[in-house]
Write a protein that binds this ligand. Structure first.
Ligand code: SAH
Length: 368
């Protein structure tokens, strides 16, 4: 096999050999190619990184989610052991903040067995540092997470990083799949979007009420995300417990192209900088939990701002403000606003809950 110098070469060679690839395959290669994938190479967070997430904006975020988890654990009857699983834990900041804020919940730390679902070696190394005080187990997939105790699952900006597929309505009334193809021939050919006939297996992913959309409309479906969510729902049903996922996206399935690439805090062309930009799309929460209400109690998606306020984030802020300098309080207030204001992260970000329907006790999750 020819040696490649970068991911773009790998992708182009694959297209030359196998034909255009669907957007999901392109995204998977860009994010998780073993050698050149975005998450395989570096720590993408913080000021010098490509984007900033809620736990990195403010400690209040993790503290509130910690309190939420402690409440769920108590409602579950304070089981002696439970899997505390975080999906896509980034730098480990959220888990560290949740653990700090649950120190006061008697018995919670002794019961919590920390499990992290992570594919990035760079971030795993960072998580090891951040969570050095705790015993942690890492997993590349859900299959290896133990199933002999209840679980509490958390994920922030996890699903947006999993691949999705994109479809476009044609002027002849048919839907086609958007694919990544080569523009022209020759060595210099660049990447471009193209269209391929829709596979029968994908037909069912376009919701009935959107099928009649205007020509040119785009719909995004994410079977990979749905499968992961279903697996978690099945675990919650059989092991007892609850899950909370926060992400940017829409509560109801809708039309639109939300494929985006972020590099150095700027939006860039999704077909450029292969493996060097973060690729995501908005999460369709309705699609994500479709059919799961038969397995678990599904709530939401609700807006992140409303959710955090229902948990008392503003009261927590005021309590902290009394103990710190005016300057620190100002910074904390700014972070809080970023999390809850509707023109910042408060409305675009949504929160969805899944909980056991037939656990020993009925869980009433705070914030829904
Ligand atoms: N929750 C963190 C990080 C969000 S970024 C925060 O809020 O700051 C997405 C995270 O998911 C990263 O840790 C990334 O390495 C991880 N990730 C991406 N794809 C994954 C996959 N297929 N399986 C497990 N983790 C994945």
């Amino acid at each position: 096999m020819a040696a490649f110098h970068d991911l773009e070469q790998v992708i182009k060679a694959s297209i030359r050999q196998n034909g255009p690839m669907d957007v999901g395959s392109y995204m998977s290669l860009c994010l998780s190619h073993p050698e050149y994938g975005y998450y395989m190479k570096k720590d993408p967070f913080g000021k010098s990184g490509d984007f900033v997430t809620a736990p990195e904006v403010s400690q209040l975020f993790g503290e509130m989610l910690g309190a939420w988890c402690a409440d769920i654990w108590m409602q579950m009857g304070a089981p002696e052991r439970f899997m505390f699983l975080e999906c896509g834990p980034g730098r480990g900041t959220l888990m560290a903040d949740m653990m700090r804020s649950t120190r006061m919940a008697k018995g919670f730390h002794a019961a919590a067995e920390l499990h992290l679902l992570e594919i990035s070696p760079a971030l795993k190394a960072k998580q090891k540092e951040t969570l050095a005080d705790y015993k942690v187990e890492w997993h590349a997939g859900l299959d290896t997470v133990p199933d002999d105790a209840p679980m509490i699952v958390i994920g922030n900006e996890f699903f947006d990083a999993l691949p999705f597929r994109s479809f476009q309505k044609q002027s002849d009334g048919q839907w086609a799949e958007r694919v990544v193809a080569l523009e022209g021939g020759g060595e210099q050919a660049g990447l471009c979007f193209g269209l391929c006939p829709l596979g029968v297996e994908m037909e069912g992913y376009i919701p009935f009420h959107l099928k009649g959309a205007q020509a040119g409309s785009i719909f995004e479906a994410a079977p990979v995300r749905q499968n992961v969510m279903r697996q978690i729902a099945e675990r919650i049903k059989s092991q007892n417990g609850a899950a909370l996922f926060l992400d940017y996206g829409h509560a109801q399935s809708g039309l639109g192209d939300s494929f985006q690439a972020l590099k150095g805090h700027k939006y860039v062309d999704v077909l450029k900088f292969c493996g060097d930009a973060d690729l995501t799309s908005h999460v369709d929460f309705e699609g994500l939990v479709q059919g799961l209400d038969r397995l678990v109690d599904v709530r939401g998606a609700v807006e992140q701002g409303a959710f955090l306020c229902a948990l008392g984030i503003e009261v927590r802020m005021q309590m902290l403000a009394q103990k710190i300098s005016e300057q620190e309080a100002f910074a904390l207030q700014k972070g809080l606003q970023r999390l809850i204001a509707s023109d910042q992260m408060g409305a675009l970000f949504k929160v969805v809950y899944m909980g056991a329907l037939d656990g020993h006790r009925k869980i009433e999750p705070c914030g829904f």
